[in-house]
Write a protein that binds this ligand. Structure first.
Ligand code: SAM
Length: 457
């Protein structure tokens, strides 16, 4: 298991002003940190190998940051438009790399066909097993030995998750297990290449390789080889050094393969000061998605939301339903409308309040028989019908209060069961629960303080 990073311990125990003070003092310490990480043999070897194979030197160095773990630091000021990484094609691991490798001719004939992720995972295991004989050895040496993605969660950690995230976790694990199961029957054909194939291609090593591909690959369109399973797109590339860049939602970067220079390039659209961490923006993901796909959670993630299902909304409607809003026929009509208007998913709230989709779905669900016949007109009215508005407000408050209660108990149990001192995953799960609590509390507070009952953001 990856060793928990001290920065995360600090984050869970101390306040924002403490962190700000700490950050300032950390800036002074960064020169020392820089020395410590760059003097590690595997990092020296990685940089030497990259340069030898056409990587142009950049003003970036690998550094251990207290808040994010290993990342990349700028050794000079970077300005908007600077190309910060330019990685030649021969240093990318894609399905083409695998096809042209010794492994290629073996796996081409496997049935069922392999997906691009399976191909890359097998290649990583194979090359790792070859040790120093592999061209990729200096890169493989710098990869994490384990991850914090859902396939590494303990049972207690899975149980502590909010229900929707737990479901996604179980699904993620099932996909991984099925993926391994489907190729396991063909592994013996690798015997001429790997007499020790049983020791090399275990589920444990597959889980590691799979997580490596999931958390570290960049988008690069491949040729979609005819031997590949077309259900997954051939768009993954492992990119040494570039994959050391951590994610921040507050930066803009332009990351793509340049067909002219034949290099994978990262251009920053956000200036970065000397001795600061250089980030790229993976995507505008909320914390649940970051945890599922990358195995981490961001404190104060601006994209974080708490999601609801239509069933959650309906359950709040039917409590004390004196107006008959959940009458069977009426409810069926409302459900049809929600489907027709694609309002059955992404119903969420953030610290800013309820999303437009959640508000609109609630308004439709709160309409009585007369209003539902003219639902477009009723929805379009400004100001809204006061009776409808107050029903929506009541149901919305009930929705958030209920989730808040559930979340309080989940968090209390999680705090008892999980040990943030021994697992980074436990820290992230507790952070996720606390971020969600914060969103729900702020949403409810906003609603209550809004005396006019205006639910619009
Ligand atoms: C592409 S790698 C980045 C380099 C990685 N930190 C390393 O040491 O190899 C992506 C992984 O880095 C970590 N990561 C990225 N951004 C992060 C952030 N803002 N905070 C914490 N961890 C982050 C997550 O573990 C994620 O799966």
């Amino acid at each position: 298991m990856a060793a928990p990073m001290p920065g995360y311990y600090e984050m869970t125990k101390k306040g924002r002003s403490w962190r700000n003070r700490r950050r300032k003092s950390q800036k002074k310490e960064e020169g020392v940190r820089l020395a410590s990480l760059m003097s590690r043999d595997d990092n020296i070897e990685l940089m030497r190998w990259l340069r030898k194979n056409g990587f142009r030197d950049t003003h970036l160095v690998l550094t251990d940051f207290p808040d994010t773990g290993r990342g990349v630091m700028a050794t000079r000021n970077l300005k908007e438009g600077d190309c910060i990484v330019s990685l030649p094609e021969n240093l990318l691991i894609t399905t083409t790399t695998v096809v042209n490798s010794r492994l290629g001719q073996y796996i081409k004939n496997w049935k069922p066909h392999l997906t691009p992720k399976q191909v890359l995972s097998l290649f990583l295991i194979a090359e790792k097993f070859r040790g120093k004989d592999s061209f990729w050895y200096p890169y493989l040496q710098t990869l994490p030995t384990s991850y914090t993605t859902p396939s590494y969660f303990s049972t207690a950690e899975v149980d502590a998750l909010p229900p929707a995230v737990r479901e996604a976790t179980l699904q993620h694990r099932k996909v991984l297990q099925n993926s391994y199961k489907s190729l396991r029957t063909s592994l013996h054909t690798l015997e001429p290449l790997f007499p020790d194939w049983k020791t090399a291609f275990t589920f444990k090593s597959y889980r590691w390789a799979w997580a490596t591909v999931y958390t570290r690959s960049v988008y690069k369109k491949g040729p979609a080889w005819e031997f590949l399973d077309p259900s997954d797109r051939d768009v993954y590339a492992l990119a040494p050094f570039l994959d050391m860049l951590n994610h921040s939602p507050s930066v803009q970067t332009d990351t793509d393969f340049n067909v002219k220079s034949k290099c994978y390039e990262v251009k920053t659209e956000t200036a970065c000061r000397k001795y600061s961490q250089v980030f790229i923006n993976y995507d505008p993901y909320d914390n649940a998605r970051l945890l599922m796909e990358y195995g981490f959670v961001l404190p104060h993630n601006p994209h974080s939301v708490v999601k609801f299902t239509v069933d959650d909304l309906v359950a709040c409607l039917s409590v004390d339903d004196r107006n008959g809003l959940s009458n069977k026929n009426l409810l069926q009509k409302k459900m049809e409308l929600l489907s027709q208007e694609s309002l059955t998913q992404n119903l969420s709230c953030s610290t800013e309040g309820l999303s437009w989709r959640l508000q609109t779905a609630l308004q439709i669900l709160c309409m009585d028989h007369d209003s539902i016949c003219n639902w477009r007109i009723v929805l379009g009215q400004t100001p809204h019908d006061p009776a409808l508005r107050s029903t929506v407000q009541l149901v919305a408050q009930r929705l958030i209060s209920r989730r808040l209660e559930q979340h309080y108990s989940l968090t209390q149990v999680a705090e008892k069961v999980l040990n943030p001192g021994s697992s980074l995953m436990s820290i992230f799960i507790l952070m996720l629960l606390k971020e969600d609590l914060n969103i729900l509390e702020q949403s409810l507070q906003n609603m209550k303080s809004n005396t006019d009952g205006d639910l619009e953001q």
